[in-house]
Design a protein around this ligand. Structure first.
Ligand code: ATP
Ligand code: MG
Length: 568
């Protein structure tokens, strides 16, 4: 990769398009006039499927081009243009994808919100992001929008996807999505954006605190294209299923942009996770590439592998996971029981795309995130007192993941937080806030987030290592580990565990798990305390909220819990 330059890849796209770079152009228009234009771009599986076998909607690249041109023309008629923010609060229905790409088409900024957000999280984000247009479901209006509408001074237009009869619930002043786009022609239209023009506003998961608004530029598409090929092994003939919702960055970078730019057919499932349904989708639609998350994989494990073995999963050529540390146990079990090799990869909302990954032709070491993508320089660093960084060279040292700036998907700012953005960079490196180690063969191993590291008797303990060992115990389904303040040793390691079905919590089981962990981890690293928890608190994107467990343990305020999955 000595000769690989991201700048050249950006220049290639600019030349191909005739001097501009627009995500929508790369995703759709570029395929027009090729064999791809009449191919299914997105196959939408309605939540009524499989009860209703026909509840599938196929949109070709050409269909999507037409519909996004109509929507873009509609936005233009409202006076929406470059830089204006179009928010979407939609489930995974086809309108969401038309809104995303149509917004990008005219150079406006697309901002997806997770559809399960209630009024308050929607208000905070729409206010902060100065939403001009909001596209949502008519059925969401009464609960989620009506209470906050008057508090959003920049919000000029509400467009509703009419899943209920809006006239019956008396919604004031709105545009009906279908009528709206039907009233505009699909004549071709594209805004000739520059690579640095802002295209996307993505809010982070809020795992460590109040969610941040990360801004991404149109040039990110270049990274989405190549990283999809390299890290997810995407090819034109594939059927790809990214299970992430576009409300989170994975669901946009790899659940909209990357697959379309690579000209393949992708699946979108409207329904929420359900083990049998997921196996059925993988089987019936002959998924070749599957991108999912550790929480989903652990839930599939909970449902038992016997269920999975009833399905034909042999078409899966490549499976990958992101979002949280992938415990080795999960990789081992999926390989053993279902012959599926899960490739872990690491990245963040801020990085815009996959940074460290396992590849198809690489030996997988269960528990490792893999190696940096070609064209990416990663260093493990320590911050010094003068505000600088020192690179760690010795294999096995724990350091913060730092990435040399210059990859096109890197975020271009935190909305309204310039100082915070500036502080993320030292000496031409972006500092991620995550700690990892690298072994002598160049594989990276996740240790924990800086905020989650536990300092006990002078040792630095990463929760991931402890959680992974706890999960090897036959009774443990999921585990979360925190540092509990202690006058003598600084912090003690405290674990919370949930159990697999058929196991019941008792003092004896607790002692057994304690002993099991101590044998494998040694007395310093093993938990001193273990508590049972029915379900771990998680963000809506499926990440364990260790900070919440910690504040509850210490009786402190819970902080921002706008992304909490279930208030428990
Ligand atoms: P916030 O920044 O608001 O606290 P967040 O960091 O969880 O939320 P995201 O950008 O969605 O928001 O998540 C990125 C983080 O997820 C990474 O910084 C890392 O901590 C974790 N992560 C992602 N992939 C992996 C992985 N493969 N292994 C370990 N951790 C991962
Ligand atoms: Mg983060």
């Amino acid at each position: 990769m000595a000769e690989f330059q991201w700048k050249e890849k950006v220049a290639e796209c600019l030349t191909g398009a005739g001097g501009f770079l627009n995500i929508c152009y790369e995703a759709l228009d570029k395929h027009l006039g090729t064999a791809i234009e009449n191919k299914v771009a997105i196959r939408f599986i309605s939540k009524n499927w499989p009860a209703d076998k026909n509840a599938i909607l196929d949109l070709t690249y050409k269909d999507l081009t037409h519909q996004t041109c109509q929507f873009a023309r509609g936005l233009q008629s409202l006076g929406v243009g470059k830089g204006d923010k179009v928010f979407a609060l939609l489930p995974r229905v086809h309108e969401l994808y038309v809104v995303a790409l149509g917004t990008l088409r005219i150079g406006a900024v697309f901002c997806p919100l997770f559809s399960a957000f209630g009024a308050e999280p929607v208000k905070t984000r729409a206010l902060f992001g100065r939403a001009k247009v909001l596209v949502t479901m008519a059925s969401y209006y009464a609960k989620k929008i009506a209470p906050i509408r008057s508090q959003l001074p920049d919000l000029k237009y509400i467009i509703l996807v009419n899943d209920i009869d809006a006239s019956k619930v008396k919604i004031p002043d709105f545009l009906d999505f279908k009528k709206f786009i039907d009233s505009f022609s699909s004549d071709y239209l594209i805004e000739k954006t520059n690579p640095e023009d802002i295209a996307l506003l993505h809010f982070t998961s809020g795992t460590t605190g109040k969610p941040k608004g990360a801004l991404h530029a149109h040039s990110a598409v270049v990274y989405h294209k190549h990283s999809g090929q390299m890290a997810l092994n995407l090819r034109t003939e594939d059927t790809f299923w990214c299970t992430a919702d576009p409300g989170w960055v994975t669901g946009t970078s790899y659940g909209i942009v990357s697959p379309l730019v690579n000209g393949l057919t992708m699946l979108v499932d409207e329904a929420e996770f359900q083990a049998e349904r997921w196996y059925l989708i993988l089987d019936e639609f002959q998924v070749t590439n599957w991108y999912t998350a550790p929480t989903a994989l652990r839930m599939l494990m909970r449902s038992g592998f016997d269920l999975g073995s009833n399905f034909d999963l042999s078409k899966i050529r490549y499976a990958a996971s992101v979002g949280e540390p992938l415990n080795p146990e999960v990789v081992i079990k999926f390989k053993e029981k279902l012959k599926i090799l899960i490739h872990d990869n690491w990245w963040q909302t801020e990085t815009g795309g996959i940074i460290i990954s396992n590849y198809i032709d690489m030996e997988i070491k269960a528990g490792s995130m893999g190696k940096p993508l070609p064209g990416i320089e990663v260093a493990l660093v320590q911050r010094n007192k003068e505000g600088g960084i020192e690179k760690l060279s010795c294999p096995g040292s724990k350091g913060e993941i730092a990435i040399r700036v210059g990859w096109p998907a890197m975020f271009r700012g935190y909305l309204g937080e310039e100082e915070r953005y500036r502080k993320c960079f030292v000496d031409d490196f972006y500092l991620s806030g995550d700690i990892a180690t690298m072994d002598s063969e160049g594989y990276y191993w996740f240790v924990g987030r800086t905020d989650d590291l536990i300092k006990s008797s002078g040792h630095l303990i990463g929760p991931f290592e402890v959680e992974s060992v706890l999960m090897e115990h036959p009774a443990v389904l999921e585990a979360a580990v925190i540092g509990k303040p202690d006058a003598t040793v600084g912090e003690i390691v405290k674990a919370f565990v949930s159990l697999k079905k058929d196991f019941i919590w008792s003092e004896t089981l607790m002692l057994d798990i304690l002993g099991f962990a101590r044998k494998r981890l040694g007395a310093v690293v093993a938990p001193k305390e273990i508590s049972y928890i029915d379900t771990l608190p998680k963000t809506k994107s499926g990440k364990i909220l260790r900070r919440l467990l910690k504040s509850r343990e210490m009786g402190l305020p819970e902080g921002d819990i706008s992304t909490l999955e279930l208030p428990i």
